[in-house]
Write a protein that binds this ligand. Structure first.
Ligand code: X90
Length: 278
């Protein structure tokens, strides 16, 4: 029997449910004495409510090397994928863990992919990895095909607040100030270098959703898969899904909620969209 390649992703992928061939590696959100582990046990709504009350600083922490070892387990072959290394130490810690793991277990193979993105774009790549691994695709080929697929996946978003991004040095205070204006949403995308790239300052949610949809079409969306993840904004997420289905009735589009890490940074109202382009 062909051995199964294990797929591992950090919790920014919003895929907290583990399966035999898949493990999620949690990031942490820290606010004063409180620490929230972004795993299946996290109550995201309660976390957001508590963070809303919290007056002091808050921050996030990427997984340690030991967390990655745990996720690799005793699999012979592992492909891991992380949030963009431009904004997080996740990729670096995964690479160190992979190197040590292979040194300790000769014959085993671990490859780590930097998604240069987060959330629902990673979700799409994980779906592809699982599909190919399930078909028995060999390790080297899986690496190559995943890299090729990732060239036609994209992430765009609409954010009502960038205050946690700015407080943790991940975007400029000037951009965060613009996002903080009443009714303004920052519509943007993950750049090819894996950074937050603002595209529009949209007035009102309706316009923001329109701009997301236009951006998708301009980027070459033509009815491929779409994964929409929101933080407390099912309404906007569903509206966008309707727009997509209006033009592509048979499109594979799914709407879901962000887990802890994405919710912390996307904040209430935030919508993240992963989509395939041609
Ligand atoms: O290592 C850590 O502590 C985690 C830091 C993560 C920082 C970025 C999180 C982004 C979450 C926000 C909007 C999308 C931005 C896309 C940029 C590639 C989602």
């Amino acid at each position: 029997m062909q051995k199964m390649i294990k797929i591992v992703a950090d919790s920014s992928a919003n895929l907290e449910t583990e399966h035999p061939g898949f493990a999620s590696v949690p990031l942490r959100i820290v606010a004063g004495e409180r620490e929230y582990v972004d795993d299946a046990g996290l109550d995201v709504d309660a976390m957001l409510a508590e963070l809303g009350e919290h007056k002091g600083r808050s921050a996030t922490a990427c997984p340690g090397i030991g967390d990655w070892f745990k996720a690799f387990g005793d699999a012979e072959e592992v492909i891991g994928i992380t949030i963009t290394g431009r904004l997080s130490g996740c990729y670096d810690s995964a690479v160190v863990a992979a190197r040590q793991h292979m040194a300790a277990h000769p014959g085993r193979r671990v490859h780590i992919i930097d998604s240069l993105s987060t959330g629902p774009e990673i979700e799409l790549i994980v779906e592809k990895l699982r599909e190919l691994a399930g078909q028995g695709c060999p390790f080297e080929e899986l690496r190559e095909r995943a890299a090729r697929y990732a060239q036609r996946t994209n992430l765009c978003f609409s954010l009502e607040s960038l205050s946690n991004m700015a407080k943790n040095g991940r975007v400029s205070p000037a951009l965060a100030a613009a996002a903080g204006l009443l009714g303004i949403r920052i519509v943007g995308r993950a750049s090819s270098r894996g950074e937050l790239e603002p595209l529009h300052k949209s007035r009102g949610e309706k316009r923001a959703i329109r701009q997301l949809w236009e951006h998708m079409l301009e980027t070459g969306f033509s009815g491929g898969k779409v994964r929409i993840r929101h933080t407390g904004n099912e309404k906007a997420a569903s509206k966008l899904a309707e727009l997509v289905r209006g033009s592509f009735p048979n499109c594979d589009v799914r709407v879901g909620a962000n887990r802890g890490l994405c919710s912390y940074y996307a904040e209430r109202g935030g919508v993240l969209v992963g989509f395939e382009s041609a």
